[in-house]
Design a protein around this ligand. Sequence first.
Ligand code: NAP
Length: 275
Amino acid sequence: MENTNTTTTPRLLEGKLGLVFGVASQRSIAWAIAQAWAEAGARLAFTYQGERLRENVEELAATFGKDVPLYPCDVTRDSDLAAVFANVAKDFGKLHLLLHSVAFAPKEALEGQFLDTSREAFRIAHDVSAYSLLACARGAAPLMTEGGSILTLSYYGAEKVVPHYNVMGVAKASLEATVRYLAYDLGPKQVRVNAISAGPVNTLAARGISGFTNMLRLYPKISPMQRNIRTSELGGTALFLASDWGGGITGEVLHVDCGYHAMGMPPSSLLKPDA
Ligand code: NAP
C-alpha cells in the first residue's frame, strides 16, 4: 500500500543547528535525513569528502538557501575534523545535531569469504566506519552546550551473518558498541547517541556490496511488512530521535527495516517442499 500521508512535518527542530556527514548524492541516506531535519526547522551545515563530491553537495545544499556552510572532510584525517569543528564554532557558535552517515570498506573485502579479509582492509573499514563516529562525537561535544543528539547508521549485518557484508558487519558491530559507550560518556551533558539500523537502500555505497540487489529482492519476501523501506521513513525516524520526542532515548539501535530483523525463519511460502 502506498503512503498517502500528506501532513506537513511538525517544526520539532526549530532553532536547532546541525552538522551532516555523508551526503554523496540525492540517493544518500544522509540526504533523506537532512531533508527531514531541515523541514522540521533545523539549520544545517554539510561536509563532503574531497573535490569530487563538492559540486554535488553544493547543489543539494543550495535547495536549503544560500547560507549553508560546506566543509571538506575525510573522516580518517584528524586535521580535517579539527578544521570542520573550528569552522562550525565560527559559523554556528554551538551545535545541537550531528548525523554520521559514513562507511567504507575496500571492494575486495565485500566479496568472497570474510576469512580472507586483509589486515589493511580490516583497519580501513573500522577507521572510516566506526572510529570516525568517536572522532566526530569528540569534536561535537564541546559545541553541544545545550544538549544534543548524535545519530549514526548501522545495518543488521552487525548482528547476524549477511553473506558478502563481511568486514563491514564487524565494523558495524564496533559502531553499535561505540554508540553505547559514547551514550554513557555524553549522557551527563544531555547529549544522546543513537543508531538507526536501516534496511537496504539503493545508494552508491550499497552498490559496492556484492549481491546487494539480492538483498533488495529478499526483504519484501521475508519482512513482515512485505516491502523495502522508504528513505522518507529513515528521515522520519531520524527526526523523532533528534527531537525532544525522542528525548529519553540514548545508546539505542533502532531497526527501520519493515520488521526484517524480527524474523527467525523465512515464511513457508519461500521454502521448497522436501525432495
Ligand atoms: P552513500 O550515499 O554512498 O553515503 C556514504 C557516504 O560515506 C558518502 O558520502 C561517502 O563519501 C562517505 N565516506 C566514505 N568514506 C569517507 C571518508 N573517509 N570520509 C568522509 N566521508 C566518507 O551511501 P549510504 O547508503 O547513504 O550510506 C550511509 C550510511 O548508511 C553508511 O554508514 C551505510 O553503511 C549505512 N547504511 C546503508 C544501508 C543501505 O542499504 N544503503 C543500509 C544500512 C546502513 P564518498 O562517496 O566520497 O566515498
